[in-house]
Ligand binder design. Structure first.
Ligand SMILES: [Zn+2]
Length: 261
């Protein structure tokens, strides 16, 4: 006789938020993003949607999928709210009407040593002897660098980045032909190109390009691979989904809403 498994009781929103804030060190890490619970919804959670971006498109999918909470890397509130009008009004209205919580974690999720985008990229690319890279404020590091066990090329690493993260990949092949030392910062990591050059990194992997990277990388003898801002920032929220499903027994689902940028 088949017995239906007894459904797990819902998890408490406050318990989820407390655990996330403690694990991600939300209060300690200064950021333009207002990290933490940005919009309050239902108190009892049975399903959490994980996404890269806060957007109406993401919220609508979360509602269809029966999520009471959405956790995003790029939240809705940056530098505080100045007015509740236009697109911000529509986003808040949708979340409030549908009783959906919105939790955001930007830099805390980039730099986290086990659940963060950057460590997960470093591991996915097979780096060994992983060390901090990418100085941000107050000596805090955002990214990681490491060494490949076998020399690679820009072509082979581009293929690996494409395979692991699925985004459109482009490259500035201006560094050594044999790649050993690799540094990574997900998303918009162009600001750390000078540090990669100074540290004689062979390949810098980030998400998104800006125009001035071309001559900087060329003159600095640096290879750069761009794996897509969206695609390089999927691993962190996906890891948070697994983490929360283990801790609370809630259902989790990655809400894939890729951007065209
Ligand atoms: Zn980003």
């Amino acid at each position: 006789m088949n017995r239906k498994p007894t459904p797990r009781p819902p998890a408490s929103r406050d318990a989820i938020v407390s655990l996330l804030n403690a694990t991600l060190r939300t209060a300690e890490i200064s950021d333009r993003s207002v990290n933490g619970l940005q919009v309050e919804g239902a108190e009892k959670i049975t399903k959490i949607g994980l996404a890269v971006d806060a957007s109406l498109a993401t919220y609508k999918i979360a509602k269809e999928k029966g999520c009471q909470m959405i956790i995003v890397h790029h939240g809705m509130i940056w530098d505080g709210i100045k007015s509740i009008t236009g697109p911000i009004y529509k986003q808040i209205e949708f979340l409030v009407k549908n009783n959906i919580n919105l939790y955001a974690s930007h830099l805390p999720l980039d730099l986290h040593p086990t659940l963060g985008n950057n460590i997960l990229i470093a591991k996915a690319l097979g780096l060994k002897n992983i060390q901090p890279f990418g100085v941000y404020k107050n000596g805090m590091h955002i990214g990681f660098e490491g060494r490949l066990p076998k020399a690679a090329t820009v072509k082979s690493m581009s293929e690996l980045v494409k395979k692991k993260f699925g985004g459109p990949v482009s490259a500035l092949p201006f560094g050594p032909q044999k790649i050993w030392r690799v540094a990574v910062i997900a998303g918009g990591g162009s600001a750390s190109i000078p540090e990669a050059i100074e540290k004689k990194i062979d390949l810098y992997v980030t998400g998104e390009s800006v125009h001035e990277n071309h001559h900087a990388a060329l003159e600095g003898n640096l290879n750069v691979i761009y794996g897509g801002h969206y695609h390089t920032e999927k691993p962190g929220v996906q890891a948070l989904g697994e983490f929360l499903s283990k801790k609370f027994g809630v259902k989790t689902e990655f809400l894939d809403v890729p951007t065209l940028v």
